[in-house]
Design a protein around this ligand. Structure first.
Ligand SMILES: NC(=O)C1=CN([C@@H]2O[C@H](COP(=O)(O)OP(=O)(O)OC[C@H]3O[C@@H](n4cnc5c(N)ncnc54)[C@H](OP(=O)(O)O)[C@@H]3O)[C@@H](O)[C@H]2O)C=CC1
Ligand SMILES: CC(=O)C(=O)O
Ligand SMILES: [Mg+2]
Length: 426
């Protein structure tokens, strides 16, 4: 399935520019409706919120509203194309939040590269939102921005390119390792890229038991011999006497690409260990295309970030569902335990039998194995399994701000929501 430029531009323009609109959800036909929605009626909820800010969750859309916030400095693999040019991606994220988890989004493109000034803007607009999804902000600024906002805001803040990507790729990695029968503590794992996504993935894989990680940036292998390394890269500096991707790939079990397109060669793939796992995740052009891997190896497990190949490892499988669970428990934050629970939910779902209607969407007999290591974005069960796990962790860890939350009832509510979304997006 190849996507042509003309078709993509038409999709975004067509009869009406953009991918979203805002719709009212209360009756609004009569003079009475006008008096309730606007002045004088609106003053009552205003005063309730003034008295107790938590009531903003009851009287406004805040409880279901995420801010997708960027400065456009690392947009997909397109690089620093600026905040305005990033808007189609941010509208796309908003569409995914709505379709897959029923969450409303305002996309906010901020023309500011200075991390402190950027944080100041996000802080000032935070009363609007129930949570903040940081998107496509480059490293190293993204680490500082996320940390500062987490410290200063009492709503969940998550940098999707870091943690969304780490969660989904970790779930896929655990499943791929299971299929190949490798031992996670023994694998040699090469991460190409040392930015937002790569560093977060490396950190999470270590928590899951990976010991031997070689990381590369645009200058080559991150080694202890280099004297140009910032702190976040030093964490991954190797003692090995290697400098290039070619040398790093020799005997590797796993390749994770979070850099830019067309960087991994067939010869490098040939030099990998048996049953290699290759996640070429740069968007839209992966580090290597699956057909090129298969032309030299028939024992590989391959994934990309794209929607037009099997095994799509993309943060879309994480962020809608993590934020759903966080919003519904009115969590103060999204923490490590919620992240680990989400990984479990995603990895386990891939092993369950796939309903016929999902197979029909993908015109494929999806069955846990080499070409199906991770659930599909259109799998409506994600909206049940992941938020329940996240909510459970949120309640257990005391970051939830809801009382008397019944997980079984929540599961039923999510089922209902998933059917509503299925029928409203037909
Ligand atoms: N599939 C998915 O779900 C996701 C995919 N991604 C993809 O990952 C990529 C990186 O995104 P992100 O981390 O947000 O961006 P960042 O700008 O934070 O990081 C980019 C990293 O790529 C490195 N890089 C650039 N060129 C090369 C090269 N030739 N060899 C090795 N490394 C190189 C940079 O090196 P240096 O540090 O030297 O500048 C930098 O470390 C993008 O293509 C993006 O689309 C990101 C998030 C999710
Ligand atoms: C998928 C995504 O968030 C990215 O490529 O930046
Ligand atoms: Mg992104």
């Amino acid at each position: 399935m190849k996507i042509k430029k003309e078709e993509a531009l038409f999709y975004h323009n067509g009869d009406s520019p953009g991918k979203l609109e805002i719709k009212p959800k209360k009756p609004f036909k009569t003079q009475r409706d006008l008096s309730l929605a606007y002045t004088p009626g609106v003053a009552f909820p205003c005063l309730e919120i003034k008295e107790d800010p938590i009531r903003s969750y009851d009287y406004t859309i805040r409880s279901n509203l995420v801010g997708v916030v960027t400065n456009g400095t690392a947009v997909l693999g397109l690089g620093d194309i600026g905040s305005l040019a990033s808007k189609p991606v941010m509208e796309g994220k908003a569409l995914l939040f709505k379709r897959f988890a029923g969450i409303d989004v305002f996309d906010i493109e901020i023309d500011e590269k200075d991390p402190d000034k950027f944080c100041e803007v996000v802080k000032k607009i935070s009363p609007t939102f129930g949570a903040i999804n940081l998107e496509d902000i480059k490293a190293p600024e993204c680490f500082y921005i996320e940390k500062k906002l987490k410290e200063e805001l009492d709503i969940p803040v998550m940098h999707d390119d870091q943690h969304g990507t780490a969660i989904v790729s970790a779930a896929a990695l655990l499943n791929a390792i299971e299929i190949t029968g490798k031992d996670i503590s023994q694998i040699r794992l090469v991460i190409n890229g040392a930015g937002a996504a790569a560093i977060a993935c490396g950190r999470l894989y270590r928590k899951l038991g990976v010991k031997n990680i070689i990381m590369l940036d645009s200058k080559g292998v991150i080694s202890k011999k280099r004297d140009d390394l910032p702190e976040h890269k030093k964490e991954f500096a190797t003692d090995e006497n290697i400098r290039s991707l070619k040398e790093a790939m020799y005997g590797a079990d796993v390749f994770i690409g979070l850099s830019k397109g067309n960087i991994l060669s067939k010869n490098m793939v040939l030099s990998m260990n048996e049953e290699p796992i290759i996640f070429a995740l740069a968007n839209p052009t992966p580090e290597i295309f699956p057909e090129d891997v298969y032309s030299v190896r028939d024992d590989a497990i391959v994934a990309t970030g794209r929607s037009d190949y099997p095994n799509q490892i993309n943060n879309v499988i994480a962020f809608p569902f993590i934020f759903r669970g966080a919003l519904d428990t009115r969590a103060e934050s999204i923490n490590d335990q919620m992240i680990l629970s989400a990984i479990r939910g995603i990895a386990e779902l891939a092993k369950k039998e796939v309903p016929e209607e999902i197979k029909e969407i993908y015109e494929s007999d999806l069955r846990f194995g080499r070409d199906y290591i991770i659930p599909k974005p259109f799998d409506h069960r994600l909206l049940i399994e992941v938020p329940v796990k996240v909510a459970e962790a949120s309640l257990k860890l005391g970051v939830a701000r809801v009382k008397d939350f019944d997980l079984e009832r929540y599961r039923e509510d999510l089922k209902k929501l998933s059917y509503e979304l299925l029928s409203s997006f037909k």
